[in-house]
Design a protein around this ligand. Structure first.
Ligand code: ATP
Length: 235
């Protein structure tokens, strides 16, 4: 069963068509890239998958669950690391994680263990008693990844996880998420950087003005280096 199955998906905000008939299949276990310039519709696409935005047409399924009619079942499969962090800033990060796990029905004891495990996995366990505000920018990114992992999701969605981070941290984040994918987690990653997609993804869909204009391996895209859209995504 595919991790994500999208059929004729549409979203309009008034006169603005953010998505215009998107069809897409993301295979289970893959590392899939959604590549596109500013305003292409990437965040809208993700927001529909996680139930934050309602599509105006078409269907979206996550591991066979319709994101609207079977919202909870679909949402339980997904861990989301959004662009906007929106984290409770006043509590130690381990408590924020345990609280989130509790919200998903995980018992207190297991929630604490799980929080420790994901903090170790992303490499910030020693900061467990620190509050979010006091973390460095790079640690904040790692924490948001830990938060997405707290429910042990089958599908991890990363919305521009390395936007604005330095080269060293970008490499470290790449390594962490590659390991997660090797462990069996399906990953959907949005990015503006074609080089990032090339480094990480098995397959990439290019979204432009709300339409999927191509689905290909990153190598195929790079070899088409003179296409307008590829040139735009290199800048
Ligand atoms: P970026 O890379 O800049 O984050 P994106 O590919 O994620 O862009 P979206 O944020 O999905 O693109 O936006 C797609 C289009 O929909 C844009 O034209 C945007 O202005 C519009 N849009 C997004 N959200 C809203 C909203 N709440 N109300 C009106 N228009 C919106």
């Amino acid at each position: 069963m595919p991790a994500i199955e999208i059929d004729a998906l549409e979203k309009s905000y008034g006169d603005v068509k953010a998505l215009s008939g998107v069809d897409l299949t993301v295979p289970e276990g893959s590392f899939f890239g959604l590549l596109g310039p500013n305003g292409a519709g990437k965040t809208t696409f993700i927001n529909i998958l996680v139930g934050l935005v309602r599509a105006t047409g078409g269907t979206a399924k996550v591991f066979g669950h319709d994101v609207e009619s079977e919202y909870q079942a679909a949402r339980d499969c997904i861990g989301l690391a959004p662009q906007e962090f929106n984290v409770d800033r006043f509590f130690p990060i381990r408590e924020v994680l345990a609280h989130k796990a509790g919200y998903h029905g995980i018992s207190k004891e297991r929630a604490r263990n799980r929080a420790a495990k994901v903090l170790k996995r992303v490499g910030i366990y020693e900061k467990r008693n620190t509050r979010f505000d006091w973390l460095s920018g790079g640690m904040k990114r790692r924490f948001v990844l830990a938060r997405a992992l707290i429910t042990n999701p089958d599908l991890l969605i990363l919305d521009e996880p390395t936007a604005g981070v330095d080269v060293q941290l970008r490499r470290e984040l790449w390594e962490t998420i590659t390991k997660l994918n090797e462990g069996g987690t399906t990953i959907l990653l949005t990015t503006h950087y074609i080089e990032e997609a090339e480094r990480l993804c098995d397959e990439v869909a290019i979204l432009d003005s709300g339409r999927v204009i191509d689905v290909a391996s990153p190598e195929t895209l790079m070899n088409r280096g003179t296409d307008d859209i590829v040139v735009k995504l290199r800048d």
